[in-house]
Ligand binder design. Structure first.
Ligand code: SF4
Length: 243
């Protein structure tokens, strides 16, 4: 926070803006007492950022903003005390301006300021599922260095081969039933096959698509499909099967 007086602040200084802002310096005077409010501080790229609760705004702190927050770590201070503490580091105008900005984003405020509650909006009650992603295998015939399946982000942990690498036909059919049931009154559902290399589990793909089409028709729904593949295993019989 605070302003570099020689140049305009960079665009990324304020990454997000809180939905509302309160008054600033007009309600401050020498006796106004400030305390830290509700935020999570974190560091990135050598800078200090505040994630504001509950507005979800993210702000980058400059030296003056950081110094004010540090000064308030040990407890509430009046505006005058803060200015005095930072004297010699920043001029008074800059300190006051930064305090006003910190107050505006609600990083600091009166010690008795009520805690802000996150909005209690609940998701709509009727929230049918109409798309499902089936991870039919985590095995692949390639080994791309950037692949999530070979890193921390892997979707399925086979525990060094103890767990199956391919989805079974039974599990796929159970998944179809789950999708159709959870889609409620929606007339359409969609299923995506994902991997690993999905075509390594081609027999289950074929059977699952046939099963899902039949069951969707019985439920008077339509179902569509998509799959992710590296395309290296496309053979004439598979190409013919693809719609
Ligand atoms: S083709 Fe896809 S699944 Fe296979 S190793 Fe490469 S990124 Fe991973």
């Amino acid at each position: 926070m605070g302003r570099d007086r020689n140049r305009a602040p960079p665009d990324w200084r304020k990454l997000m803006t809180p939905p509302t802002a309160t008054s600033s310096s007009d309600t401050m005077n020498a006796d106004t007492v400030f305390a830290l409010r509700d935020f999570h501080a974190f560091e990135a790229f050598g800078a200090r950022f505040l994630y504001m609760v509950p507005s979800a705004g993210i702000f980058r702190m400059d030296e003056c903003g950081s110094a004010i927050l540090d000064a308030l770590e040990s407890g509430p201070l009046s505006q005058d005390d803060l200015v005095e503490t930072l004297q010699g580091l920043f001029d008074t105008d800059r300190t006051l301006e930064t305090m006003a900005e910190l107050k505006e984003i609600r990083a600091i405020g009166g010690p008795d300021a009520p805690k802000e509650e996150a909005p209690k909006d609940l998701p709509p009650a009727d929230f049918p599922l109409n798309t499902m992603v089936l991870n039919v295998t985590n095995k692949c015939n390639l080994a791309c260095t950037y692949c999530y399946e070979y890193g921390e982000d892997k979707i399925i942990d086979t525990q060094y081969g103890k767990q199956p690498k391919f989805m079974s036909e039974d599990t796929a059919e159970e998944s179809v039933e789950f999708l159709l049931k959870q889609s409620g009154d929606q007339p359409r559902a969609h299923m995506t096959f994902f991997g690993g290399e999905t075509l390594l589990n081609f027999p289950v793909l074929q059977k699952t698509v046939a099963y899902a089409r039949r069951r969707a028709a019985e439920e008077r729904k339509t179902i569509s499909f998509s799959l992710t593949t590296n395309a290296t295993l496309l053979k004439p019989e598979i190409i013919q099967w693809l719609p």
